[in-house]
Design a protein around this ligand. Structure first.
Ligand code: ZN
Ligand code: ZN
Length: 292
């Protein structure tokens, strides 16, 4: 079922199908041959990079402006890693829509509209919404924040960044193969890291999607301290999800304090933000009490 008046997005759908076909091939490859240690190390680096890129840079810094990054290199590195999977401009604009219209027809990925939860609602909020061209309201597409030079930079190079997420690990692992085994090892070390990059990308995609689906369906609602009333929208706190999603899984707390740089009590991104704050690279870091 289509979500309001939306065109089918052939480009994104084809890419998602290809990615999942690649995932199955990569699992079969891994089952038959296993993966080299260098591929695992690179996958770990890219998982942490992409995780923090989306949570710290895309979500907290660019979308909610919960802190300011004064170092251009750090800012761009974080945005680059976020860009391995998702385009900054649409990510930020879609997320503004999600917060402004949570669980209404204008929410790009609500499990409850147009479906009323259940498997269909879960599927729509998890991945199916990406099959349709969601156009955020003009007020956000033309928002001055989206003219941020680093957002424009990511938007221009997005496809290159996505491709680099697969080929950069392959190139590094291939070069490592040449150095440790010999020139004939380049291909096998490269293909090994490439396949593990596909697996890593699909896992990261589903972790991100889980915030939109499970983050609004499984867990408990948030409320202000000393307040009997829970948040009125469907957002939930889910500690296991928070742990694997770099803190985003305490989604109920996030809807309660969207401007806070810290999300809930279990937030693996928070020590990193504090670290950069100590270095004076992140400034004006907003705590929950400062966001009202
Ligand atoms: Zn939400
Ligand atoms: Zn948010």
């Amino acid at each position: 079922m289509q979500f309001i008046e939306q065109e089918f997005d052939y480009g994104t759908t084809t890419a998602l199908v290809a990615l999942h076909v690649g995932f199955v091939c990569a699992i079969i490859y891994g089952y038959c041959f296993g993966f080299y240690t260098i591929s695992w190390i690179l996958a770990g680096i890219f998982i942490v990079g992409a995780g923090y890129g989306v949570t710290i840079a895309y979500h907290r810094m660019l979308t909610h402006k919960s802190f300011v990054c004064s170092n251009r290199t750090v800012r761009r590195v974080l945005i680059y890693f976020g860009g391995l999977l998702q385009r900054t401009k649409s990510w930020v604009a879609n997320h503004w829509s999600h917060h402004a219209y949570t669980d209404t027809i204008l929410d790009p990925h609500s499990p409850y509209v147009p479906y009323r939860g259940g498997i269909k609602g879960w599927w729509h909020s998890h991945l199916e919404w990406l099959f349709w061209k969601y156009i955020p309201p003009d007020k956000w597409l033309n928002h001055p924040d989206l003219k941020d030079p680093d957002i424009v930079w990511e938007d221009r190079w997005h496809i290159v960044f996505v491709i680099s997420g697969f080929f950069l690990p392959a190139l590094i692992a291939g070069s490592y193969g040449i150095l440790t085994v010999g020139s004939h090892a380049f291909f096998w070390y490269g293909i090994d890291a490439f396949f593990l990059s596909v697996i890593r990308t699909v896992i990261m995609l589903h972790v991100t999607c889980s915030i939109n689906s499970f983050g609004h369906m499984v867990g408990w609602k948030a409320r202000e301290p000393n307040d009997r009333h829970f948040t009125s929208d469907s957002s939930r706190n889910n500690p296991p999800l928070a742990l694997i999603s770099f803190g985003e899984g305490n989604h109920g707390d996030h809807h309660l304090y969207p401007g806070s740089a810290r999300i809930g009590w279990l937030d693996p991104s928070w020590p990193i933000i504090l670290f950069f704050e100590k270095l004076r690279i992140f400034r004006d870091v907003k705590r929950p009490s400062l966001t009202h």
